[in-house]
Structures are given as C-alpha cells and as structure tokens.
Design a protein around this ligand. Sequence first.
Ligand code: PEP
Ligand code: MG
Length: 323
Amino acid sequence: KQEELKKFHGKETVTADGKKLELFCNIGTPKDAKKAIECDGEGIGLFRSEFLFMNNTHLPNEDEQFEAYKEAVTTMGGKAVIIRTLDIGGDKDIPYLNLEKEDNPFLGYRAVRYCLANPDTYKIQLRAIIRASAFGKVKIMLPLVTTVDEVRNVKAMVEDIKKDLDAQGIDYDKDIEVGCMIETASASLIADKLAKESDFFSIGTNDLTQYTMSVDRGNPKVAYLYSAFQPSVLRSIKNIISAGNAAGIPVGMCGEAAADPLMIPLLIAFGLDEYSVNPVLVLTARCIISKWSVEEAKALADKVMELDTEKEIVDLLKASAKD
Ligand code: PEP
Ligand code: MG
C-alpha cells in the first residue's frame, strides 16, 4: 500500500480521465510548510493563523506576524499560500484578549466578526499578510463569513492598506486575492452573491456540518448527527461548488471531508477544483482521485443525491469505493 502511494509522489493530481485538480495542504505553523513540501503538496489551502495568537502572551505585532507568514511563503517557493485571518472564538480562546464568556460562543463574537469589530488588531494582521505577498503567491481567506457586507468591509480595509504601502514604498502583490471560507448556512445560501465579491471559495466542512446540522462539533452526545454525508450537508456542498463554478472562481475545500476517500468521488462530480488536506494525506488523496473519472463520479453522485439518509449514502459510497 505504502509502495503504491509512493508512485504518486512528484505526479500531477488528475482524475482517471485526465481532469487536472489541485491538491493543497492545511498547516498550522510556518514550519509545517516544510512538511507540505516533503509530502508533495501543491500549495497551502489553509494556513491557520491562530497559532501565532494562541501560543503567545500578547498580540503578535506586525513584524512578528510578517516573519511567520514570510517563512511559510518562501518555503513554498512560489506555490500558493492561502492565509486564513484570525479565526478565534467558539472553541478557540485567547486569554490575553479577555473576551467575555458567552452563552453560545459558536454563534457569537468570533472570527471575521471579531476582526471587523477590532479593526486596529485586524489591520496589523492584514498588513503583515499583504507584505508577505512580495515573497510568493499569497491569498487572504476570511473565516466564518455570513454576509456580503463582511467581505466588502474587509476588501475596503485591504485597499486602504495597499494605498498606505504604496505611499511608504513597500512592496506587495498588487493582485493579491481575497476569498471566503464557506462554512456557515448563510454563506452557503448566498454563495452566488458572495462569489461576485470573492476571488475564490474554500469550503470548511468542519463548521459547515456544525452550522447546517445545528450540532456542536465537539459534543459527543450529538456526534451521530455530525456528518458531512448528511443529505443536507451534501446539498449545501454541491450548491456552493455550483455557485463558484458559475461565477468562474475556483472552489476549494479545506475541511476534513476533502481527504475522505468516500467523499472524493462526490467532490469530483460536483466540480471541486482544489482539495486541501493534512500533509500526510496528500498521496492517499491523489491516489483516490486518480481512480475516478468525472463521468463515473457523476453517475455515483446522481444516485447518492437521491438517497434520504446518511446511512444509505455512506453504505452506497462504501459499496462503490475503489479499494
Ligand atoms: C472548517 O471549519 O472546516 C475548517 C477548515 O476550519 P476549522 O476546522 O479551523 O474551523
Ligand atoms: Mg472553520
């Protein structure tokens, strides 16, 4: 098995009928970028920037952040690095921010909501990311988007920062892209509108499942409902990809489902462009993608989307799996 996987090292990611896809990695620290390269990742689809804030006693300043982003970007040597801006709140607490306890932290003051309410903190991060774009291919990704306004507001901040950098003669990529994580029910339902404002999408199935199923992703008592194979979550994923495709923007997935052997044929069928996975799963995912043609995947997906329950869906996918 390990031997078979090794054959995929250094190869492109293509379906059985030759459709070229992108296989990126999820990382949590700049050091992990080395692992992504060793594991033959084609880019970084999710750089979780929280580590800089969580393993710290104070807010990291612009230069500290810049150095961390630059390290990941230079390690990737021109391959895309999608940096997700601060995704705190919910289960991720940062003690020195002294955030108030909330009754419903997953529905509360978190991620892009916190960032837009604290523009001084957010600007420092955006500036550090934009400066790092002078050293490779950087993209900015917004977590937990629920409205078009959020995207417009962040983009306005990005434009202001670019003007400041121009005035100061500091180098950056003028075409730096800004994209959305689609991981809430709201974002999924207005994916066509968000697509007009975004350079790319990345589907966060970990949260999309939580917010679609109304099930706390960490609560074992309701874990039986927490599955990306629920018909509602699959419909959501399909609609998001269709909206991105229709608008002509690339659609990726950086939730755990992107590496799930049972999910991969459905994602091929729906038209997903970029799969972002834990570095150790790159070759496995590439191997599974190579076994499916788009046509075969579509035939399976058509049957799956007719089914009514998660169990029926998983059973059919298991029975159809290619060893
Ligand atoms: C997700 O929600 O699917 C995701 C990739 O982000 P996180 O797991 O960090 O919330
Ligand atoms: Mg998430």
